[in-house]
Design a protein around this ligand. Structure first.
Ligand SMILES: NC(=O)c1ccc[n+]([C@@H]2O[C@H](COP(=O)([O-])OP(=O)(O)OC[C@H]3O[C@@H](n4cnc5c(N)ncnc54)[C@H](OP(=O)(O)O)[C@@H]3O)[C@@H](O)[C@H]2O)c1
Length: 352
């Protein structure tokens, strides 16, 4: 028997590739959400950086918003906004609608994690639960935001920030009580793994990067991927959540793949090796040290076997030894699913 009906009101802050896929996925999974979880939902507002914002406590016309943005148009019947107004938009929405779920998917800003941190802080202070796919807030302000959420009895969930839809944070939180993680190591950036794989097949870095940009997978600013910033933000986030670290991406020793040539890749191949961009962090002297760098790995390494957009993370634990989690298929749908799974987690928590 389906549980009693629970209505969720969702505010989308950011309406790019991920948020639009999420909005469609909610529609595609409406029957499952209603049947298995008793959930019905309304998207009550959408905010963008440069294409306006729209709000209605009774729900906005999501189909028109999707068509408009996919045609490169501003949000229909939206109010024009300049980037930076979203904090006020969230504050007002929280005042107008109780118990909102704010879904934050603005671009990663690797200098400071802003304005996403302000978006999430404003939402939590306004009494909303928060879901994000933006690793900036976890990489720069995890402790503050988690403490704020805990203090207000709200959720701050970010499953989509690392390895798309594969449960990493929720897996540890829900299924590994009392296990201490001592180190994490992995390939966590799909764009660079795709580029390195395609270079093994003879393509140049630039051509392979363009493919990822066209697929909406590469970051809006592609230097974030190829110079290792995205991986640095992810390993900082993993350090902060799993290793009690207080790192930002700027504390991570970092080298990207821009210096890797097709000759380097060929030389490794001749020796049955592969170059992979590896992110790693470990507890060290009461703190955490973390680095991102291209490593030449033998084919016996589980990280060397990852091709194209595949990712993997190895958690070194005190009780279970090493646990490897591999993502064989990544992409926008998987990231959108991470947001959906966090949403369901919030709904289940609200029921409790
Ligand atoms: N793409 C992926 O596969 C993937 C996977 C995992 C995680 N992520 C993360 O998910 C987030 C979103 O990625 P995406 O690919 O959807 O990015 P995107 O396509 O560039 O979309 C970003 C959205 O944020 C809006 N925005 C920018 N500044 C804003 C502001 N101040 N207030 C409100 N909205 C603002 C943009 O609006 P305008 O267009 O009007 O500026 C746009 O709608 C990023 O943090 C990314 O790192 C992405």
């Amino acid at each position: 028997m389906a549980p009693a009906s629970l209505e969720l009101r969702i505010l989308l802050v950011g309406f790019g590739n991920v948020a639009r896929r999420f909005a469609r996925l909610l529609g595609e999974r409406e029957a499952e959400l209603r049947g298995r979880e008793g959930l019905v939902y309304q998207i009550v507002g959408i905010s963008t950086g440069h294409h306006g914002y729209t709000f209605s406590a009774w729900g906005v016309d999501v189909a028109s918003a999707l068509s408009a943005r996919e045609a490169g148009q501003p949000l229909p019947s939206g109010t024009k906004s300049a980037a930076g107004n979203s904090v006020e938009f969230i504050r007002r929405a929280c005042a107008e609608c109780r118990d909102l779920i704010v879904v934050e998917t603005t671009p990663l800003d690797v200098r400071s994690g802003q304005p996403a941190i302000d978006h999430i802080r404003t939402a939590l202070e306004g009494g909303a639960d928060v879901v994000t796919a933006n690793k900036g807030p976890v990489a720069f302000a995890y402790r503050e935001l988690q403490a704020l959420a805990d203090g207000r009895g709200r959720s701050f969930l970010f499953e989509g920030t690392v390895m798309d839809g594969i449960p990493i944070f929720n897996l540890v939180r829900e299924t590994l009580p009392a296990v201490r993680i001592n180190a994490v190591r992995g390939v966590v950036n799909s764009t660079t793994n795709h580029i390195l794989t395609e270079m093994e097949r003879g393509k140049t870095l630039d051509v392979a990067l363009r493919e990822m940009q066209q697929a909406g997978i590469a970051e809006a600013d592609s230097s974030l991927d190829v110079e290792g910033w995205d991986a640095a933000a992810k390993i900082a986030a993993l350090s902060n959540v799993f290793l009690d670290g207080q790192l930002t991406p700027h504390d991570v020793e970092r080298q990207g793949i821009t210096g890797i040539t097709n000759d380097d890749v060929e030389r490794a191949k001749d020796k049955d090796q592969r170059i992979r961009l590896v992110a790693e962090a470990e507890r060290h002297g009461g703190g955490v040290v973390a680095r991102v760098q291209p490593q030449t790995l033998g084919l016996d390494s589980p990280l060397a076997r990852l091709v194209s957009m595949q990712n993997a993370l190895i958690l070194s634990t005190d009780l279970l030894g090493d646990i490897a989690i591999t993502q064989l298929d990544g992409g926008l749908t998987q990231t959108a699913y991470a947001l959906l799974s966090d949403l369901v987690r919030i709904a289940r928590r609200r029921r409790r």
